[in-house]
Ligand binder design. Structure first.
Ligand code: SF4
Ligand code: SF4
Ligand SMILES: [Zn+2]
Length: 140
């Protein structure tokens, strides 16, 4: 993220925007400060804390985005997507299809608007719908 702007590196191969993730802001799901802030999927060495099922193509960095994979959308991704749609109101598969057809730049612009805090223009976290800049919690 540069000057509060989302950059392509923030978008994980599975379609998750790491820039709206609670671990990226440095917190755990129950609101405690993490020992280590997650540096995003593309930069971290270990697998993502929120994607339990592992995929060799992702861990070996064989693909840039899941839509390049023959099995897209595989069962694991569908399961993760279902969980996120139900619990957090966002879809990795929808994100990926958008990037595939309209490109990453347009996607980033949309994300910027979608997750913008109305109060301070900071970023709203997808997991708890809170802005860590002004601590406002919103309905999304
Ligand atoms: S925990 Fe996963 S989704 Fe969150 S920032 Fe890290 S790699 Fe991205
Ligand atoms: S198998 Fe699934 S998680 Fe792995 S790269 Fe393909 S679509 Fe993505
Ligand atoms: Zn705010």
């Amino acid at each position: 993220m540069q000057n509060g702007k989302f950059t392509p590196e923030l978008i994980a191969p599975c379609g998750m925007n790491c820039g709206i993730c609670i671990a990226f802001f440095g917190y755990t799901m129950n609101g405690k400060k993490r020992k280590h802030t997650c540096v995003t999927c593309r930069l971290r060495e270990r697998p993502c804390a929120f994607i339990k099922k592992q995929c060799d193509k992702l861990t070996d960095r064989k693909i840039d985005y899941c839509f390049e994979c023959m099995d897209f959308p595989c069962k694991n991704l569908e399961k993760l997507d279902r969980r996120y749609r139900t619990k957090y109101g966002m879809s990795m598969i929808e994100n990926l299809r958008y990037i595939q057809t309209r490109g990453i730049e347009q996607f980033l612009n949309n994300e910027q608007e979608r997750w913008k805090c109305e109060t301070c223009s900071g970023v709203i976290c997808v997991h708890n719908k809170t802005c860590y800049t002004c601590n406002q919690t919103v309905k999304k």
